[in-house]
Design a protein around this ligand. Structure first.
Ligand code: NAD
Length: 342
């Protein structure tokens, strides 16, 4: 069976999900939905995606802009197997999905309590098998799960993580700060509790600050182990982990700027970097504690997890590692040195 995937909200995340679903062998993009006739809407049509207006009241706007529309969102949802909702917060679509009886998954900007189930491919794929609704956790939460999961074997006693967050996406001219550093004064920041929605029992505390950068988030993490692990053991574990990529300052990667330059050179669509970037020469175990830095390409790291979540909800693959490998091969991010298994 080919899973028919509707994508609601064709912005930063939605357009990337559409491009990631397209090459998968077991799914197809049934159509994409947008509210406003922007250049992105025109590009979606040019790429061959069937395009739907969020509501009948927007049809004249698309007609005036000369963008061909196949129908309204409800027409698309009625024929889809699953909707990947990539709209901004609180658009009121959940009730509509329930009315139509279509499976749906949301993004990290929504609250866990809306669906009472969240998703990360590494930590809780199995909990999502066959379920009707879920939420793919945020870019920062995904980043924490990706690099902490392979460290489970050393026994994680405690994690303290400081999120240094980009202030806006590169294509967003509305948000800031542009010349200030803004701390989140609530402790823990929402990131630690968010990790626990997909990894019950992990002892993690987080704080966060927003900085005037658009290209990546950075995390400064300290992990206390119950068992024994050396810096080499940790590096070896990450080398074998899909969707984690090691970088070295010794090779000229000193900041997020060089990581993004690497991504531009690597040639993924939009210069995306789907894996989490970890500094190999910045990871040190000292007195039983691991100190490391990682950088998150916020616009793209959650995309492979979205593809896996589609498969889990539609019960199309019960083995998470098979799904992860299938997704990564189709997206061109398969890592031959990685082990696709626990
Ligand atoms: P975005 O603003 O870039 O895109 C949202 C899209 O939804 C826009 O194209 C907009 O036109 C469309 N839209 C708005 N209202 C709509 C409606 N009623 N019906 C249909 N379409 C509508 O937002 P984004 O950054 O892609 O964020 C989407 C979700 O993904 C949020 O929950 C966000 O928290 C989450 N997320 C974002 C990032 C990131 O870095 N941008 C990373 C991870 C998760």
């Amino acid at each position: 069976m080919t899973i028919k995937v509707a994508i609601n909200g064709y912005g930063t995340i939605g357009k990337r999900v559409a491009d990631a679903v397209k090459p998968q062998v077991d799914m197809e993009v049934a159509g994409v939905v947008k509210r406003t006739p922007t250049y992105e809407a025109r590009m979606a049509v040019d790429k061959g995606f069937k395009f739907y207006a969020a509501d009948a009241k927007y049809l004249p706007d698309f007609e005036a802009a000369g963008i061909p529309v196949a129908g309204t969102a409800m027409d698309l949802f009625a024929e889809a197997d699953i909707v990947v909702d990539c709209t901004p917060k609180a658009q009121g679509y959940f009730e509509k999905y329930k009315e139509l009886g279509v499976k749906a998954m949301f993004q990290g900007g929504e609250k866990h309590t809306m669906t009472d189930l969240s998703f990360n491919a590494f930590t809780n794929y199995d909990d999502n098998l066959g379920k009707d609704y879920t939420r793919v956790v945020s870019c920062n939460t995904t980043g924490l799960c990706r690099t902490l999961y392979p460290l489970k074997k050393f026994g994680i006693d405690n994690v303290i993580a400081v999120m240094i967050r980009r202030s806006a996406d590169p294509g967003d001219s509305k948000r800031g700060p542009i010349n200030a550093i803004e701390p989140v004064l609530k402790v823990p920041s929402h990131h630690g509790p968010d990790v626990k929605t997909v990894w019950e029992g992990l002892n993690i505390q987080t704080t966060a600050v927003k900085v005037p950068s658009t290209i990546m988030h950075m995390h400064s993490n300290i992990v206390t182990f119950k068992g024994q692990a050396t810096s080499e053991d940790v590096i070896d574990a990450w080398c074998k982990t899909p969707r984690v990529k090691l970088f070295n300052a010794a090779e000229g990667i000193k900041s997020t700027a060089e990581i993004m330059e690497y991504a531009r050179d690597a040639g993924q669509t939009r210069s995306d970097l789907f894996p989490i970037a970890v500094w190999e020469d910045g990871a040190h175990v000292v007195d039983g504690k691991l100190y490391y830095y990682q950088a998150i390409h916020q616009e793209s790291d959650v995309i492979p997890d979205n593809v896996d979540a589609i498969r889990a909800l539609c019960n199309a693959e019960s083995d998470k590692w098979k799904s992860i490998e299938m997704t990564d091969r189709a997206m061109g991010i398969f890592q031959k040195e990685a082990v696709y298994g626990d």
